[in-house]
Write a protein that binds this ligand. Sequence first.
Ligand code: AMP
Length: 187
Amino acid sequence: MGADRKLVLLGAPGSGKGTQAEVLAARLGVPHVSTGNMLREAVAAGTELGRKVSGIMNTGALVDDETMAEVVRERLGRADARRGFILDGYPRTLGQAETLEQVLAGAGDGGLGRVVLLEVPAEVLVERARGRGREDDEDGVVRERLRVYREKTEPLVGYYDQRGLLRSVDGDAPVEEVTRRILEAVG
Ligand code: AMP
């Protein structure tokens, strides 16, 4: 069931993607691939990649598709991702979705299984962002991340729906309940 375990989690910032991706990865025995975590690690380690992306990340904007293609190609090329993965934070643009398709076609062991859209009402997203205790100047970054999501990432919903891969899940519930709904939707 290789392809069935190749999942993408889509959702606005604060929708719970990261939390769910971690739980699902453990449950399904596949790696949690978070491009945000990978970039933050690169920044912390002071690598060339980290130096290139830190300024961009601080504004809430997206790192360019070419740079992200290298990151994802390398990560999904590792042995542990062959039989599956939970992608969290990638793809975020239509260009990235096309890159992902090419990377998986090149790997020769099956395309994406499912794309799960975590749906959470806007008021809840705002509440969650506040709950994280953001400072005043970070409020702007939160808003920018949401704006970028709407403009660049939301079109992926239609893209994956057309391909019959999309499953929408109501993410406004306790963590375990949302996990249950996702497993039901992809099962
Ligand atoms: P995340 O933790 O997924 O919200 O990512 C944090 C930040 O890393 C984002 O706001 C972007 O600046 C950058 N980033 C992570 N993944 C991507 C991606 N797929 N494309 C472009 N930028 C990304």
